[in-house]
Design a protein around this ligand. Sequence first.
Ligand code: BES
Ligand code: MN
Ligand code: ZN
Length: 500
Amino acid sequence: MEIKVIAGDVIHVETGAVVIGCFKEEKRLGGESAAIDEALDGAISRLISQGEVKGKPGEVTIIHSLGRIPAARVVVVGLGKKDELKLDGVRSAVAEACRHLQRKDVTDVAVDAIGKDVPGITAEVYAQAVAEGALLGVYTFRRHITGENNKGELKKLTIISKSKEEITSLEKGVEKGRIIAEAANMARDMVNEPSNYMTPTDMTGVAKKVAEDYNIDLTILEKNEMQKLGMGALLGVAQGSCQPPKFIVLNYKGGGSDGIDLALVGKGVTFDSGGISIKPSAKMDEMKDDMSGGAAVIAAISAIAQLKPKINVISIVPAVENLPSGTAIKPGDILTAITGKTIEIISTDAEGRLILADALGYVNKMKPKAIVDVATLTGACIVALGNICTGAFSNNQRLVDGVIAAGAEAGELIWQMPMYDEYKEQNKSNVADIKNVGDKGAGSITAAQFLAEFVDDTPWVHLDIAGTSFVDKERKYTVKGATGVPVRTLVNLAVALAEK
Ligand code: BES
Ligand code: MN
Ligand code: ZN
């Protein structure tokens, strides 16, 4: 999608549709919208007084202009109450409008200042939100549907501004929004790909492309190197599949020093059948999304390398397939992780924490200032928080506060869960140092407590995205399938840490 910023009046723009905003309980339209209303013989104000246009968030009304203005259609999007509008409301409104229009095969839209004069929303962040809303909102995954590749695609978006002075700020915002939204869409693509198109080896292919395109250092550890390093937990999970495991390390050096400021670790299980502790077959197809964390950290570092914050960031993905076979690990087996800790396998379906144990242990040896891991780790987290919030678990309040704030800025909701020592007891094993499933209850917390064993005192946050990485309903700027969560949070976090 081409996104342009121009100075001028919306009423004179030739386009498939102009998008204007309408607040709830707004009696009279202001500025440009009033001029459009007048040109349409008061059609919009009539729809408002008749109650058809209410200004509710998510509401989209299409009015054909029938030649009265150069734009073929006027789209009125609801913005909710004026004093409640936040940046996320702008992002959502633009997404809903663009998605609606794309479905009607409209290819070219212009956006008027939607909620731009709201306090706290500057020209730059406004333009970023518009770009993100449009790019995220019209995302589709059609590459395996033959003959449909060119169906309905919004190709051009123009942001109209009344003031010439603003253009530079608006363009800056568009550029940032484009980089971040395209990264989120890249993660969505990876996650939406079925497991036969997104194997651990395919993930290395994506990492190679990112490394080349944005000049990031890449190291891929093969099985024999993992063996030398003693990654027995990761290798244990991998041994049930014919797909070779891969350990992906992307290193962005934007800071002056040698040390790692931020380590991102993402679970990369390209398919989770459960292994010998096999899952029920209903919805097992969705377990292609079990590499969402890995996709997120690869996508995030690609955006970070383009935005160039002054910070060193490393992204790590342990990538494996979890399958049952004659060579698979079995309940009762004991594995030894990179740190030397022994792990009793209670369920081969609790495989995420096993591969993360080695990845966290590996990166922790590099003494990073902070670690954030991202994983579709537990069904229990979905029970607790649904698909609205990502669960956050941490040993460091400052860092987790920063992660939650970065998420809020992105419109990606995060809720912190407790990490009391009492929960740790549940992971005690009779035959090894630790077991991979807790006794009962609090499944997302005991999983986090398991991970905590492999980071020592390094400030660390674990994000459980089991509920938020993949959804079955479209909402705001997310569509059915992969959401790209929490790519934008991670990018915001890196930028914020660099500015500190
Ligand atoms: N990948 C799953 C978690 C998951 C479940 C993600 C549903 C998305 C949707 C994870 O590997 C898993 O199977 N966890 C088990 C752990 C249990 C065996 C302790 C779970 O949550 O049931
Ligand atoms: Mn599992
Ligand atoms: Zn899993």
